[in-house]
Design a protein around this ligand. Structure first.
Ligand SMILES: [Zn+2]
Length: 102
């Protein structure tokens, strides 16, 4: 089992390719529910933080562009084999970087 890993925008961008990226962009622009607006965030959201979960899904914390309220969304990418493998490679490279910094 992996641990939850904070990833930056660059790392998130490298993970999201092809259809996964299209899906991610579509959802963040159109389909994230804002509990303050009591509607989907019609102007999309700002992504503040992204995590790789233990299952290699992507959890994002962001803010609604209309009202600035916090929104959270889980993308179940971990069950896509290619994504899962890319995520594991990213984990490895993060681990190596961390070792170098010590
Ligand atoms: Zn809102």
């Amino acid at each position: 089992m992996h641990r939850e890993q904070l990833i930056n925008n660059f790392q998130l961008g490298a993970l999201l390719t092809g259809l996964d990226r299209k899906f991610f962009c579509f959802i963040t622009k159109n389909n994230i529910y804002c509990s303050h607006c009591k509607n989907f965030a019609v102007n999309g959201i700002h992504v503040d933080k992204a995590y790789l979960t233990k299952m290699n899904d992507v959890r994002i914390f962001g803010r609604c562009k209309v009202c600035n309220s916090e929104v959270v969304r889980l993308f179940e990418f971990g069950n896509i084999k290619e994504f899962h493998e890319k995520a594991n490679k990213l984990r490895e490279s993060i681990k190596e970087q961390t070792l170098l910094e010590v």
